[in-house]
Design a protein around this ligand. Structure first.
Ligand SMILES: [Ca+2]
Length: 289
């Protein structure tokens, strides 16, 4: 390799690593690939169609009900709504935090920064407590939801990705096809299921939300949400959110869909992505012809 080639390789490596290191120069939006908005949108649509091809479960569309502001500097990893307050966990070492935001006004009510060695992941509120995972530290944090004061920690053996609960157990993903049911008191495993559809294991299960007896799970680096039976792991439907990304030309990997919260009063979902400028309130609809 010549010196010129080595320089080029190092430069390319740095560009690829910048987002991972939390060094993106302008908020999170780093142009990683040149293409037109139309091409980006078409590619986003095509990715969903390719993923869904040959899958049996019905595919649903969506309707945007409302749009809320979202800090495009926040690398969203987990989202939950409790009493009109959004609890959001963000990632990347040195920049991970937990935020409480009034959904109606957008006012930030409280924030907590994680120690720089932790990469924050999924978040869920159960009772008076907020649970937050970390990516590779095998450690979860439990906070008082009113004060965000740390109450205790818990350990788990896998990576930590998405987190939700069914009112009794925490439900955790680790980027595979497995969902773990954990005791919220100490984090011990109560059981697990494998996510399946007619094509076999469905992997890369990421952000989670439990609603009306089913688990909603984003498939990492796609615009798709799987609707999963917590009893069997079987996928009963898909929600295709292709077209929701406000800027698919620039908000490509790793700035993908990430963040699902349910509004129990309306039955709507609140969804966003890593470093997206908006949170969208959506209703699920039949896919238009
Ligand atoms: Ca969630």
């Amino acid at each position: 390799m010549t010196f010129t080639h080595r320089q080029y390789a190092i430069s390319l490596l740095l560009v690829m690593l910048l987002p991972c290191l939390g060094l993106a120069p302008v908020a999170c939006g780093v142009r990683v690939e040149e293409r037109s908005p139309d091409e980006a949108r078409e590619r986003e649509m095509a990715q969903s169609l390719e993923f869904l091809a040959s899958r049996d479960a019905p595919v649903y569309g969506y309707e945007v009900i409302a749009t809320y502001a979202h800090d495009s500097g926040d690398f969203t990893q987990g989202l939950d709504l409790d009493g009109g307050i959004l609890y959001e966990g963000t990632g990347r070492k040195g920049r991970s935090r937990l935020l409480k935001t009034d959904l109606a006004t957008g006012a930030i009510l409280d924030t907590l920064s994680l120690a720089p060695e932790y990469f924050g992941e999924g978040v869920t509120v159960l009772g008076d407590e907020v649970f937050q995972l970390t990516y590779t530290s095998n450690l979860g944090f439990v906070y008082d939801k009113h004060s965000l004061g740390l109450k205790r920690t818990f350990a788990y053996a896998t990576e930590g990705w998405g987190l939700t609960h069914d009112g009794d157990s925490l439900i955790m993903s680790d980027g595979t096809d497995v969902l773990y049911f954990l005791d919220p008191a100490g984090g011990s495993e109560r059981g697990r299921i494998g996510v399946r559809d007619n094509l076999g294991a469905v992997t890369l299960i990421n952000e989670l939300e439990y609603m009306d007896g089913e688990i909603y799970a984003n498939i990492w680096q796609t615009s798709l949400i799987a609707i999963i039976s917590p009893l069997t792991g079987e996928v009963s439907g898909w929600i295709d959110l292709a077209g929701l990304n406000p800027d698919p030309e620039n908000l490509v990997s790793p700035y993908v869909l990430n963040g699902i919260a349910c509004d129990a009063e309306t039955g709507h979902l609140l969804v966003t992505g890593k470093c997206w400028p908006h949170i969208y309130e959506i209703s699920i609809s039949s896919r238009p012809d």
